[in-house]
Design a protein around this ligand. Sequence first.
Ligand code: ZN
Length: 206
Amino acid sequence: MILTAEVGNFNLVNTYFYIDDETRHGFLIDPGDEGDKLLKICAENNFTIEKILITHGHYDHIGAVNQIQYALNIPAIMNVNGKIYAENPQWNCSIYVGDEIKLGKITFLDDGTQINLEKNPNFGVKMIHTPGHTLDGVIYYSKNDKVAFVGDTIFKNSYGRYDLPGGDSKTLFNSIRTKILTLPADTILLSGHTPATTVDAEKIFF
Ligand SMILES: [Zn+2]
């Protein structure tokens, strides 16, 4: 099951609970803000979150990571290129919007790493590096469920900004064309800021 929670103050972000129906264990993707609300959803639904998965290190995707890690004592995963975003409020842009964010306990993984649940090793996602919006941008892809959590790399009818630290337009469009639009056409794309779309629907734009 996939449950979406919109969190944030002026910049709303989609936080996703990607949960195995059988065991109710799962992943929390991009807890950007409102940690109390996200923890309440876990408790009310009896979810056991095994890992936090971060699509990229912008403030609006990581704002509640420290709080939830502390509350649940679980790892938080970023791509290996994410260190500077985790540690530097200028790079994660939190310095421009409010409290500075620094993440201290991140597990950095390489492109292509398969991340499975401990409780059910058949349930998992693959980290696929899709830089361009940021240096550390990734999507988390489940072949079984035909779904990809794409962060801010691609949106419904649009794509991510490339003018922020580490961004680059050529790299972004290359990531979209070679890493996302090459997934099966009926793959559902769940982004950080828009309603769901599919690979097939976005192909016409690129
Ligand atoms: Zn972003």
